[in-house]
Design a protein around this ligand. Structure first.
Ligand code: FES
Length: 163
């Protein structure tokens, strides 16, 4: 999915930041953070721009993006479904929940549906262990989630989207 010229121009603010910091290559992580925040992912078209401005090889940027799970080359869906895989959630069936989302949406963890509506993400403990197993959709927390709730949750969101 290619970015429009307009979307690429949005990067100008980050370029300003880079130049204000004398194109310091040690700013790479911060620049990637800002990029991920701006677009919701790291668009491949932006990588050569970062490379040129920070004077870092493209291959090195790819290495960093793929190393850190908080960065992604894949656009996130409008609804980012995160399944907590921390111990408390795991022992209460988080794996089954994750698989059920995968089955229903026909995508794997870390992927986004073609209509860009849903992504499935696996997270570590989010600190709500008393509510295990926990699923979050964007910022909304669903406590004591059950595999049986998967279909209903997706149907509810789809219905909301249609109206
Ligand atoms: S293990 Fe899931 S919230 Fe802590």
């Amino acid at each position: 999915m290619a970015l429009s010229r307009e979307e690429i121009n949005k990067f100008d603010d980050i370029s300003d930041y880079i130049y204000k910091n004398d194109r310091d290559p040690s700013e790479l992580i911060e620049v990637l953070h800002k990029t991920q925040e701006l677009y919701g992912y790291i668009p491949e078209e932006i990588v050569p721009i970062i490379s040129q401005q920070l004077r870092i090889p493209v291959s090195q940027i790819y290495g960093v993006v793929t190393f850190y799970s908080r960065f992604s080359f894949i656009p996130k869906g409008k609804y980012a479904i995160s399944v907590c895989m921390g111990t408390a959630c795991y022992v209460k069936g988080a794996q089954d929940i994750l698989e059920e989302f995968s089955k229903e949406l026909e995508i794997k963890t870390g992927e986004t549906t073609e209509d860009l509506l849903f992504s499935i993400i696996e997270t570590r403990c989010i600190g709500d262990c008393a509510l295990a197993p926990v699923v979050t959709v964007n910022d909304e927390v669903y406590a004591h989630f059950d595999k049986k709730d998967v279909k209903k949750l997706l149907d509810d969101i789809r219905e909301r989207e249609e109206n």
